[in-house]
Design a protein around this ligand. Structure first.
Ligand code: AP5
Ligand code: MG
Length: 215
């Protein structure tokens, strides 16, 4: 399956992508995760991306498209992929169309996870992530088994730097201005499926699986 997951910051894209990636055995490609890894490793890409991410702005299209291009060319993407957080602008979506055409494949579906802004702020303030393996938790909605410790690798979980309230507000504004237009873009192409991101994670997951026809 070739799938895009669209949604506001904190809508649950990464959470659902991780579940689907395991079920469908296809790679989960998150541009946000790629940038955060580059920041941790101190690369040039990381340094440049950090300037934007810390302000809640989008990393410029050329840079983002370049990293997605490299990632989609890897062998493991031949059987399908889940794009989480890409595309985020119309030019990125147009690039993707061309790239898939060159690969001789097409997109199956665009899953749009809808969550109201008030809920987003609650979710992001309670999110904790594992800096070692990338697993994501929520202090109330999806806590690790032992408080503060990652279930998968036993590392201490932390708060993401861009989850501070002021930055979250900027990320939301950026989303409404630049990414939301993609909903109509993909609706017009007949690819869009929308699921409401429910209070309970399991309910969202079962709605997502139902909407995609995955058991
Ligand atoms: P990115 O890492 O993609 O961040 P984001 O879009 O802001 O989304 P998040 O990762 O914060 O949220 P999510 O939807 O994955 O939610 P999650 O599953 O964690 O991007 C970061 C930055 O990188 C951007 O701001 C930008 O600067 C840059 N960037 C990335 N891609 C780019 C691109 N293409 N172009 C330009 N710049 C780019 O869930 C959130 C929380 O809620 C968790 O705690 C989770 O446990 C909880 N939760 C999830 N689902 C539920 C539920 N159903 N009920 C209750 N709680 C839930
Ligand atoms: Mg994410």
């Amino acid at each position: 399956m070739r799938l895009i997951i669209l949604g506001a910051p904190g809508a649950g894209k990464g959470t659902q992508a991780a579940i689907l990636s395991e079920k469908l055995n296809i790679p989960h490609i998150s541009t946000g995760d790629i940038f955060r890894n580059s920041i941790r490793m101190g690369t040039e890409l990381g340094k440049e991306a950090k300037e934007y991410i810390d302000k809640g702005l989008l990393v410029p299209d050329e840079l983002t498209i370049q990293i997605v291009k490299e990632r989609l060319n890897k062998d493991d993407c031949r059987k399908g992929f889940i794009l989480d957080g890409f595309p985020r602008t119309i030019p990125q979506a147009e690039y993707l169309e061309k790239a898939l055409e060159e690969m001789g494949v097409s997109l199956d579906v665009v899953l749009n996870i809808h969550v109201p802004d008030e809920e987003i702020v609650k979710r992001l303030s309670g999110r904790r992530v594992c800096p070692n393996c990338g697993a994501s938790y929520h202090v109330l909605y999806n806590p690790p088994e032992v408080e503060g410790i990652c279930d998968s690798c036993s590392h201490k979980v932390v708060q993401r730097e861009d989850d501070k309230e002021e930055t979250v507000k900027n990320r939301l504004k950026t989303y409404h201005d630049q990414t939301e237009p993609l909903i109509d873009f993909y609706r017009n192409k007949g690819k869009l499926v929308t699921v409401v991101g429910q209070e309970k994670l399991e309910d969202t997951t079962s709605n997502v699986l139902k909407a995609l026809g995955v058991s």
